[in-house]
Design a protein around this ligand. Structure first.
Ligand code: NDP
Length: 499
């Protein structure tokens, strides 16, 4: 008995009990045979798939295996110009003349087709971007469809969204999106633009173009009039050519703060409308009266969801000093249960890092955290031999001045800081150039409201984290950008209300 007691595990189970409960997960890979990836993709311009005039191409690969998936066109300036012309022509000839109820029908159709082809989209998103299938299946694709459904509802009711005003579309919208939620970001951008009567040129990210291209096929299937949405794949240069094109009326960008600033400089004085959704360094604040088990789940969801490639990730944990030890102990135990590996496996919690470049950025910042003297913990887990991987990581003993407490890591890396009073929590949480999101964990409703008022963040979640809804506006302050996406506020970015 004494021997058995000595060997009890963290959950207090003796070896005999443990044998009964230690269940290994059998591999549960999602099938890929229903996804047809073409060898080669052109550009969607004016309702046709065309070869790029630039004659340049890029490859996209699976970050979990490093295997090449397809070749995609790299649009040059001439291609971008053709796409903008097609969007302009579709705007003046067709889309701006359609009654809202007719535009709504197309949006509903797109939403329904997305639902019908959900499995195809989920698998393709996971193959091209490395995120776990359970996330692309349960979050990305359903939310993308929800955005089209939601905005279909607004298309013929814009007058009610802005009572007493006469909302008019802006014209041609240039939309540049990142690689962390490729389909979902396309939906966030396209749905409100189309609902409000604008036409679009969309530039997906270089490493994850495939679901946007499949969405192009869905738009054809929905018989969206030619030129209403044009898709130009390419790298940063393609994006730069698009946002600086003289005939776009509106630019919507999601990505890094650095590129966002350069776009703002390019557009300064042009009179063009701009919305920027940039980086973040959110504080997830846990008070001593919080339900700790729930909070630990929220912390894990906040930072390890989508490998931490999330602009609103809860990348700084601020925990009240009196409960810091039990929270961190529980967090480490929970981290040890996260399954890292094959993103196509339905049991996987943490998939592949999106690209070698992003992996190197994470490694560099983690090395800086260690050099600064923070204490690193990573649960033991085997990583696949090929592909780009990073273990879920938590740093304790972090000072506010460390780079890991200041800079966006955009990976599965959590920095833990402590506080004693609510005032100290607010001052630490707001000690960042960003202002996108925050989380508050406490039993007291009054404290939630007080904190939400004092935290400088566009979104504050209370006793939950990373919740998204098309009806709820999302966006930031300061270096996290400006403008909102979702809800009535998001529509405002795509209409002219006159004077
Ligand atoms: P970028 O900001 O470079 O990429 C976002 C999008 O902008 C991509 O489609 C990109 O194309 C395009 N782009 C790049 N340069 C320009 C330009 N000069 N003009 C117009 N469009 C441009 O982000 P990265 O992919 O380089 O990631 C760097 C860091 O940015 C990450 O480590 C992360 O910290 C942060 N990030 C934040 C995101 C967020 O949602 N807040 C999303 C993505 C990144 P291409 O992909 O071909 O380069």
């Amino acid at each position: 008995m004494a021997d058995q007691l000595d060997r009890r595990d963290g959950a207090g189970r003796a070896p005999a009990q443990r044998r009964r409960f230690d269940l290994e997960y059998a591999p549960a890979p999602e099938a890929t045979d229903h996804v047809r990836i073409r060898e080669h993709y052109g550009l969607l311009i004016g309702g046709k798939w065309v070869e790029p005039r630039s004659e340049r191409h890029l490859e996209t690969s699976n970050p979990a295996t490093e295997e090449r998936l397809a070749e995609v066109a790299e649009a040059g300036e001439e291609d971008v110009d053709l796409a903008v012309r097609a969007a302009r022509s579709a705007y003046t000839r067709t889309w701006s003349k359609l009654p809202g109820a007719e535009r709504a029908k197309y949006l509903y159709r797109i939403a329904r087709i997305l639902q019908e082809r959900a499995r195809e989209f989920a698998v393709l998103e996971t193959l091209d971007g490395g995120k776990p299938i359970k996330e692309s299946r349960d979050v990305d694709v359903p939310l993308a469809a929800a955005h089209f459904f939601y905005h279909a509802g607004w298309a013929d009711k814009l007058g009610y969204a802005f009572p007493g005003r006469t909302p008019r579309p802006l014209g041609v919208a240039a939309q540049v999106i990142p690689w962390n939620f490729p389909l979902l970001m396309a939906a966030w951008k396209l749905a409100p633009a189309l609902a409000a009567g604008n036409t679009v040129v969309l530039k997906p990210a270089e490493t994850t173009p495939l679901t946007a291209l499949l969405l192009g096929e869905v738009l054809e299937q929905a018989e969206l009039p030619p030129g209403v949405v044009n898709i130009v794949t390419g790298a940063g240069e393609t994006g730069a050519a698009l946002v600086s094109h003289g005939d776009v009326d509106k630019v919507a960008f999601t990505g890094s703060t650095e590129v966002g600033k350069s776009i703002q400089r390019t557009l300064a004085g042009s009179g063009k409308r701009l919305t920027l959704e940039l980086g973040g360094k959110a504080a997830n604040v846990v008070f001593d009266d919080a339900p700790i088990d729930q909070a630990v789940e929220g912390i894990v969801n906040g930072i390890y969801f989508n490998q931490g490639h999330v602009c609103c990730a809860g990348s700084r944990l601020l925990v009240q000093e009196s409960i810091a030890k039990p929270v961190i102990d529980k967090l480490k135990r929970r981290m040890a249960t996260l399954r890292v590996g094959d993103p196509l496996d339905k049991n996987t919690d943490v998939g592949a890092i999106n690209s070698r470049q992003q992996l190197e950025k994470i490694q560099e910042l983690v090395a800086s955290g260690e050099a600064d003297g923070a204490e690193l913990y990573q649960p033991p887990c085997e990583l696949p031999a090929r592909g780009f991987w990073f273990r879920p990581t938590v740093f304790t003993g972090v000072a506010q001045s460390f780079r890991i407490a200041q800079e966006e890591i955009f990976g599965p890396v959590l920095s833990v800081l402590t506080f004693r009073t609510p005032a100290e929590a607010v001052s630490k949480a707001n000690n960042t150039p960003y202002g996108l999101s925050a989380g508050v964990w406490t039993e007291k409703g009054s404290r939630i409201l007080d904190m939400a008022n004092r935290l400088r963040a566009g979104v504050v979640w209370a006793n939950t984290y990373n919740r998204f809804d098309p009806a709820s506006p999302f966006g930031g302050y300061q270096e996290s950008g400006f403008g909102r996406e979702g809800g009535r506020h998001g529509l405002l970015s795509y209409v002219d209300l006159g004077s």
